[in-house]
Ligand binder design. Sequence first.
Ligand code: ATP
Ligand code: MG
Length: 380
Amino acid sequence: MHIIPIASGKGGVGKSLVAANLSIALAQTGRKVVIVDLDLGGSNLHVILGQMGSLKGIGTYMTADDVSFEDIILDTSYKNLRFIAGEAEVPGMANLKVTQKKKIINNLLKLDADYLIIDLGAGTSIDIMDFFLMSGRGLIVTSPTLTANLNAYLFLKNISFRLLNNCFPAKSPGGQYLTKLKKDGHSLQKVYIPKLVDQLYKIDPENSNKYNDIIKSLRPRLILNLMEEPKDAAKATKLRHSSREYLGLDLEHLGVIYRDDIQIKALNSRLPVIKYKPGAIISQAIFRIADKLIEEEDTVDDPLLNIDLDNSFKEAELEAETDFESRMEYLNDLLYTDNFSVSDLIETVKSQQYEISQLKKENNLLKTKLVNAVKSGFIV
Ligand SMILES: Nc1ncnc2c1ncn2[C@@H]1O[C@H](COP(=O)(O)OP(=O)(O)OP(=O)(O)O)[C@@H](O)[C@H]1O
Ligand SMILES: [Mg+2]
């Protein structure tokens, strides 16, 4: 079973959209797919998948004694796709006990499926990180904004530290070194993981080898969503460089998805966008990602040998350009036909205004952070 957890760091960048549509795309190829909503505290996949009514999900399983895990694996209206809801029925499951988390993971690992797609919540809680680490090949969804990329980077950084903590038990020489480092939060901020790993190797070679083995099979895959124009693709390259340089972690680019207003219409019609309009650029982008996953099926166990990471970035840039051209052609068609109505114009202006207000908010947030950093002497 290929396990594909989907995380982001920042919220609202399209994890659930990717999870739902990708699952359907994979299921359409005849593969058996299970999609699980592990965004506990903010479950909404049931809505995106059009599964209404009272749904037994993870929340029910965790709280009711007479509900087995099999009971919460629901059929969907899509062939080959089954669904496990989050806490649609029993809210308030945001924090799991370690035993509960283990129970969920063990049950998921026993599923009979070709793909297990895991929709995660935003942020970097330990639960989210542990679900993400069920596979070395999870997806990171990000958007071209600075905060989204910063959050994606911080997510990866926290993942690296989670692995370090797992590999160097508290009492081991490496573990003691890490504890000392953590007490001095300031130096932890600036740490280069590759340098830290070199240092750890000197004092704790045995556990360092363990870490190196695990990190070798960690090859997160990136999706850049909500693109506006081809030059946005460079944001993914930046994220890749920072991850490589500071975390010693290389990423693969799985593809880009442009912001597409058709998604709003799909939402209103309660259909996942690839079902609402399979030919739309956004839907085609999702099918393209599904194809790449399928192409990589045989290489999953050995990511280091087979995947040309540089090429994955070049390919994504090319896709960004061709999708943009198709979009421009579409707009051109609209402009020169009578189909471009006043309401279309209003919709376009509205979405741009929304974008501007989001950017303003981000700008203010960054300004505040900068001022605080200067005040605390972090930046001179
Ligand atoms: N490419 C896109 N074009 C247009 N709208 C999009 C696109 N991607 C996502 N959206 C919209 O953005 C909103 C957020 O998407 P989604 O819920 O998938 O994000 P998320 O990362 O799962 O959020 P959360 O962190 O809250 O779980 C939704 O309304 C979705 O329809
Ligand atoms: Mg979501």
